[in-house]
Ligand binder design. Structure first.
Ligand code: HEM
Length: 346
C-alpha cells in the first residue's frame, strides 16, 4: 500500500476534505516506515492473509460488550497498560511469575478473556497470522466504538513480544499522585504530547475504579465531616464517595464509576465532570488545575466533536507506541504464553 492510499475515517460524521487531508499528512509523517511492506505495519495489513480478521475481533468484542457493559473500559485500559510497557506488543497478556501482568499495578486489569476468545476464533480461521498485539489494539479500538465513541481506522501488523517483566511496569506507568509535569514526562518518553495526555485521559469517561485509587484524597474528622486532603476535589462529591469508600479505604471489593452520569457511554462527559471538580483521580483534576491543559479541557467539555477528532489522532499514536515488526517479535499461538514458553523475565 502506497503512502497516498493511507486513509483514516470517522463514521460518526463525514470529515471535510480539508480535515481529511490534514490527517493524511499526519499519518504519512507519523508513520514514515509504516506504509512500507517491509515493516508490515500498515492499514488493512490482513487484507490478503486473513481478510475477516478485523471483523472477527469486532464480533467478539461486540458480543462480550453486549453481555457485560464494563468490558469496553477494561479493554481500553488493557491497551494503555500494554503500550506503555515495552510498546504495543501484548507483553501485558503473558502469564507467569514476574510478568507485567503479575505486578500489583496491573492487578485490577481485566478483559483478558475477550482477547483470548478473539484469538481462539482467529486461530481457527487464520492460524498463525494475526498477532495478539493486533487483537488487543483492534479490540480497544472497537470497544470505544461500541461504547458510543468514534470509529477509527488503525494500522495492523504488530508482532508479539517475547519478554514481559514486572520490574518494567512501575517506571513506565503513571500513578494518580503524579503532577502534570511528571505525567507529561512519561508521555513524552512514549512520543506523546501534553495534548495527547488530556485527550487520552478522556478514556476515563467509561469504566470504574477501586477505592484505593482515590480514597487518599479525603478523610473524615471525628465528627464525621469530610476533610479534603486534595483540595481540588469537590467537597460534596468527596462526601458522597465516602459512602462507598471510607477515607483511606483499600477495599478491593468496591468500585466507583469514573463518570457516574454515563459510566458506559464514551462521550465528553469526563471533561464536564472535571469542570465541576469531580474528577475521580488526583491526576484527572490536575488537568483542570494547570493552565497548560485547562483550555483543552474546556474545549472538549464544550465540544464533543472536537474531543472525538482528537481522540482519533491520539489513539492512533497510543496504539503505535514501540510496535515490533519483522523478526523483532512473533505471532503467538496463545496470547498468554510465548510460542517457546520461554523468554519471560522474572
Ligand atoms: C494519564 C494518567 C492515567 C492515570 C493516572 C490513570 C489511572 C487509572 C486508575 C487508577 C484507574 C482505576 C484502576 C482501579 O482502581 O481499578 C484507571 C481506570 C481506567 N483507565 Fe486510566 N489512567 C491514566 C490514563 C489512562 C489512559 C491513557 C487510558 C486509555 C487510553 C486509560 C483508561 C482507563 C480506563 C478505561 C479505566 C477504567 C477501567 C475499568 O473499568 O476496568 N487511563 N485509570
Amino acid at each position: 500500500m502506497g503512502k497516498a492510499e493511507f486513509y483514516y475515517s470517522f463514521s460518526y460524521r463525514a470529515f471535510s476534505k480539508y480535515k481529511l487531508q490534514l490527517l493524511l499528512i499526519f499519518c504519512v509523517a507519523f508513520f514514515p516506515s509504516s506504509s512500507s511492506s517491509s515493516s508490515g505495519f500498515s492499514f488493512n495489513s490482513y487484507a490478503i492473509s486473513c481478510p475477516s480478521a478485523e471483523m472477527m475481533v469486532k464480533n467478539t468484542v461486540r458480543s462480550a460488550s453486549d453481555l457485560d457493559p464494563t468490558i469496553p473500559g477494561k479493554l481500553l485500559r488493557l491497551l494503555f497498560h500494554d503500550c506503555f510497557i515495552e510498546g504495543c506488543d501484548a507483553s501485558v497478556l503473558l502469564q507467569g511469575n514476574g510478568t507485567e501482568r503479575s505486578d500489583p499495578a496491573n492487578r485490577s486489569l481485566g478483559g483478558f478473556s475477550v482477547i483470548d476468545s478473539a484469538k481462539r476464533v482467529l486461530e481457527i480461521f487464520c492460524p498463525g497470522i494475526v498477532s495478539c498485539a493486533d487483537v488487543l489494539a483492534l479490540a480497544a479500538r472497537d470497544a470505544v466504538e461500541f461504547a458510543g465513541g468514534p470509529n477509527i481506522q488503525i494500522p495492523t501488523g504488530r508482532k508479539d513480544g517475547t519478554m514481559s517483566a514486572a520490574a518494567n511496569v512501575r517506571p513506565n506507568i503513571i500513578d494518580t499522585s503524579f503532577t502534570l509535569d511528571e505525567m507529561a514526562k512519561v508521555f513524552s518518553a512514549k512520543g506523546l504530547s501534553m495534548d495527547d495526555l488530556v485527550t487520552l485521559s478522556g478514556a476515563h469517561t467509561i469504566g470504574s475504579a477501586h477505592c484505593s485509587s482515590f480514597s487518599d484524597r479525603f478523610k473524615l474528622d471525628p465528627n464525621g465531616n469530610v476533610t479534603l486532603i486534595d483540595t481540588s476535589l469537590d467537597r460534596q462529591y468527596a462526601a458522597q464517595l465516602t459512602k462507598f469508600c471510607p477515607a483511606g479505604s483499600r477495599d478491593d471489593s468496591v468500585t466507583v464509576d469514573n463518570d457516574p452520569g454515563s459510566p458506559t457511554l464514551f462521550d465528553n462527559q469526563y471533561y464536564r465532570i472535571l469542570l465541576e471538580h469531580k474528577g475521580l483521580f488526583q491526576s484527572d483534576s490536575a488537568l483542570l488545575e494547570d493552565e497548560r491543559t485547562r483550555n483543552r479541557v474546556l474545549n472538549f467539555a464544550n465540544n464533543q466533536d472536537s474531543f472525538f477528532e482528537s481522540w482519533g489522532v491520539s489513539f492512533l499514536k497510543l496504539s503505535s507506541i514501540g510496535v515490533k515488526t519483522g523478526d523483532d517479535g512473533e505471532v503467538r499461538q496463545s496470547c498468554s504464553m510465548t510460542n517457546s514458553r520461554e523468554g519471560i523475565h522474572s
